[in-house]
Design a protein around this ligand. Structure first.
Ligand SMILES: [Zn+2]
Length: 174
C-alpha cells in the first residue's frame, strides 16, 4: 500500500525574492511545486530562514486543482511554521493571511489558523508541508541547527551567577 508520501513529488522552483509579489513577477513565482501521482497538487512559497536564534522556516502552500479550467475557488492556502524538535520536524499552523503571498488571488482563500485546524484536508496540508521540509534543499538547510545555538557561558554585568544564552541573543543585545 503506498502512502501519501510515496505519491508526492516535490519540484524545486524559483529562489525566494524579496520583492512584493503583487508587483514583482519574480517574487510571485512559486518556490516549489507538489505533484501527487504526477498530477499538480500544490505550489508553495517560503522565506527560508526566519531571523532569530532557532532553526525555522515558514511555508505557504496553495493546494487544490490546477487544471486549465480550474480557478482560485478550486484551491485554498495554508501557512505553516516549520521547526525541529529533536530528530523530528514539526509543522505548526499559521494564519495564511499574514503571508507575504496573501496578495496573490490565484492561490485561493487564505485559511486562518482556526480554519486550517478544522479543514478536512488539514492532515494532507501538514504532510505536504513536512514532505517539503524533508525534500526541498533550501528548507532542509534552513532547518539545520545553527552554529550560534551553542550556548555560551556569559557573566552578568552585575556579577552573580553565570547564565547560558544563545550567542545570537548576545549579539542583538549589544
Ligand atoms: Zn505590490
Amino acid at each position: 500500500m503506498s502512502t501519501l508520501e510515496d505519491e508526492l513529488t516535490i519540484e524545486v522552483g524559483g529562489e525566494p525574492q524579496g520583492g512584493c509579489p503583487c508587483c514583482d513577477p519574480f517574487a510571485a513565482a512559486p518556490q516549489g511545486y507538489v505533484l501527487r501521482n504526477g498530477e499538480p497538487l500544490a505550489v508553495y512559497y517560503s522565506d527560508g530562514r526566519i531571523p532569530g536564534p532557532l532553526s525555522a522556516a515558514e511555508v505557504t502552500i496553495s493546494m487544490g486543482r490546477w487544471h486549465e479550467t480550474s480557478t482560485a475557488a478550486d484551491r485554498r492556502t495554508a501557512s505553516f511554521r516549520l521547526t525541529r524538535a529533536g530528530n523530528k520536524t514539526v509543522a505548526t499552523g499559521l494564519n495564511a493571511n499574514d503571508s507575504r503571498w496573501a496578495v496573490l488571488a490565484t492561490l485561493g482563500p487564505m485559511l486562518t489558523r482556526a480554519e486550517l485546524a478544522a479543514d478536512p484536508k488539514v492532515e494532507v496540508f501538514r504532510r505536504v508541508a513536512l514532505a517539503i521540509a524533508a525534500r526541498d534543499p533550501r528548507i532542509i538547510e534552513a532547518l539545520q541547527p545553527r552554529d550560534n545555538e551553542t550556548a555560551r557561558l556569559t557573566p552578568r554585568k552585575t556579577g552573580g551567577p553565570f547564565t547560558a544564552r544563545p550567542a545570537s541573543l548576545q549579539d542583538t543585545a549589544k
